[in-house]
Design a protein around this ligand. Structure first.
Ligand code: IMP
Length: 225
């Protein structure tokens, strides 16, 4: 009995006292920022709020780097970043890998401003010989799945040994039904709701790629962009 009382007063009570303010602290909403950006020659005001901190991103990137290094030991994969959105994630990810990898990039034109044009035109820029190689494709975000579906079809024509998809973010509720059986993201950094986000490579008309964290962007009247 005395041992139980000792456990409660000596260990559990201090834990409760400690965890309570921490739990409250975690729930506290991140501050809202306001930014004015010139889009198509006109100033537009946006509000932004952090949804994933820089620390959490770095932690996840390290985990992904370790997992990929273990999976591809002895296989010398080609790690292809999809420009421009994945450039920052890609460069941190390859540096979190401790095996020999080849680094390459592909550019796809599909988006203008914040809306999909609905057409993925072409994939440009890959320098490596991909036949028989293990490809790791690195994306910033898989949204509707259209870009990734196009890239998977495109890279299969090179007859690689395997294609592995890594995406920092996915918006599962936005994946179009026609891609549910073709677009499978093997490694996901974070799953997010269908809001428009910027930071860590993701942009709003070319801006905010340099933010170290991920932020939701809304127009000043609270609408999603
Ligand atoms: P998907 O083809 O619809 O899957 O879209 C893929 C591309 O859309 C990504 O590589 C991004 O460039 C862009 N995109 C989709 N959602 C967002 C977002 O929330 N912020 C910034 N870019 C986005």
């Amino acid at each position: 009995m005395r041992r139980v009382a000792g456990l409660v007063t000596g260990f559990l009570l201090p834990m409760l006292a400690f965890s309570e303010p921490l739990a409250k602290k975690e729930k506290k909403a991140e501050p809202m920022e306001t930014h004015v950006v010139t889009i198509k020659g006109k100033p537009v005001t946006f509000t932004m709020q952090q949804v994933i901190s820089a620390e959490k991103i770095q932690e996840r990137v390290k985990e992904l780097g370790k997992t990929l290094s273990e999976k591809f030991t002895g296989k010398q994969p080609v790690v292809i970043g999809v420009l421009s959105g994945s450039s920052i994630f890609h460069s941190d990810l390859v540096r979190a890998m401790n095996i020999p990898v080849e680094v390459d990039f592909v550019r796809v034109s599909s988006y203008h401003g914040t809306e999909s044009s609905g057409k993925v035109k072409s994939a440009l820029g890959v320098k490596s010989d991909l036949k028989g190689r293990h490809i790791i494709m690195v994306e910033d975000i898989v949204d509707t799945g259209r870009t990734m579906d196009f890239l998977i079809t495109h890279f299969k024509t090179y007859q690689p040994a395997s294609i592995t998809i890594v995406s920092l973010l996915t918006k599962p509720t936005k994946l179009l039904p026609e891609y549910k059986n073709t677009v499978f993201v093997d490694y996901i950094g974070f799953k997010i709701p269908p809001d428009f986000v910027v930071g860590f490579g993701l942009d709003l008309d070319g801006y905010f790629r340099n933010l170290p964290d991920i932020k939701i962007v809304k127009t000043i009247d609270g609408k999603s962009v």
